[in-house]
Design a protein around this ligand. Structure first.
Ligand code: KG4
Ligand code: ZN
Length: 340
């Protein structure tokens, strides 16, 4: 019998403020996962500054790729294909990864695969769950996206719900900023000390699909609460506020994701994206899935936030499906899931 050849993918990710490269074997085994984060730099400005992000990616990308190859104990000569994020994201940031991937692919005659960033987030679930195969439902909640997706097959998606306004992570970031924290993970941490039922924030219903989301009303209610307390000279219990806000977000995410999984008749539910590392979301999903008899999957936190191992995993399935990018591969800032 002919032995199946291993496929090594070099994944490259630069869509926002993380410069990342990884080597992934057969879509599931992470040989290396290098992430150079710019968070501290952008913190000074209260959000990601696109021009600074692009410049930092240029400074870091060669070194990050070099480290990913050396930590994996391999060289470009052994890489079967390069998977690179080409959208959605910041155009200048994406272009750095795309140009780099094209240059290496051209110089070393390596096949090139363009990867959708959200497909990457979803594929992070394959890394630690060798048993997970499509079809399944995936909730993708990140700083830029909140999508409920049916993963019909590798590379085949149907979006059944999306946010009508803010992404879940964006709401976390804005509430975090209002209480003086730099981002979602700090709200998660503070919430552990708070009472999730101390304050009631609205769980918005939206007009479109019953699986669509809206977080801007919830976010405004929290900001109003803070303003009113400040005007009255009252001190706010920040842990209670964080726990109550987080509880409202988690409630909406869990109930819609589980309802969709049941209604569409699937037995498996996965979560992905930065917000998927939220401890209350993970606990809430686990409990609700157990109750509903649904198998629940989630990546380790390091594979939830932006990384290149997830791009290597997604790139593998695209590669074995015969997908190849040409030298005209470009950054597509508003790339839709399932589009090429
Ligand atoms: O997936 P990601 O790294 O980047 C995008 O593709 O957007 O997600 C980043 C988002 C940020 O909004 C961040 O505040 C949020 O994920 N996030 C969290 C947690 N960790 C990251 N939100 C809530 N709880 C967390 N533990
Ligand atoms: Zn992301």
């Amino acid at each position: 019998m002919e032995e199946k050849k291993d496929v090594l993918i070099l994944g490259i990710e630069s869509s926002c403020d993380e410069t990342a490269a990884a080597v992934v074997r057969n879509g599931r085994e992470v040989r290396s996962n290098i992430i150079s984060s710019q968070i501290d730099l952008h913190k000074l400005y209260g959000g990601v500054v696109p021009e600074i992000a692009s410049r930092k990616h240029i400074e870091k990308i060669n070194q990050v790729i070099k480290e990913a190859l050396s930590e994996a104990g391999t060289t470009l000569d052994e890489i079967d294909a390069i998977g690179v994020t080409y959208g959605p994201g910041l155009v200048g940031a994406l272009l750095v990864g795309v140009a780099e991937a094209k240059a290496i692919a051209w110089a070393k005659d390596i096949p090139l695969v363009g990867v959708h960033h959200i497909e990457g987030h979803i594929s992070a679930n394959y890394i630690e769950h060798p048993d997970l195969e499509p079809p399944f439902v995936c909730l993708v909640a990140s700083g830029g996206h909140t999508h409920l997706v049916i993963v019909k097959d590798y590379g085949e998606f149907e979006i059944i719900g999306r946010t009508m306004d803010d992404a879940a992570g964006e709401a976390f970031d804005k509430v975090a900023r209002a209480v003086g924290y730099p981002g979602g993970p700090k709200v998660d941490k503070a919430a552990k000390e708070g009472n999730p039922h101390a304050m009631e924030f609205p769980r918005a219903k939206v007009g479109g699909s019953q699986y669509d989301f809206s977080f801007s009303g919830m976010k405004s209610a929290v900001l109003n609460y803070i303003n009113q307390a400040e005007m009255k000279g009252e001190t706010i219990c920040v842990p209670d506020l964080c726990a109550s806000f987080q509880n409202a977000v988690v409630d909406v995410l869990v109930s819609r994701a589980v309802a969709a999984t049941k209604e569409f008749g699937y037995k498996k539910l996965a979560i992905a994206g930065g917000v998927a590392s939220n401890s209350a979301l993970r606990a809430g999903m686990k409990a609700a899935c157990e109750k509903a008899g649904i198998e629940f999957y989630y990546p380790s936190p390091i594979f939830c936030t932006d990384n290149a191992a997830m791009i290597g995993a997604a790139g593998y399935y695209e590669y074995i499906n015969g997908v190849r990018a040409g030298w005209d591969l470009n950054a597509v800032p508003n790339l839709k899931l399932g589009e090429r």
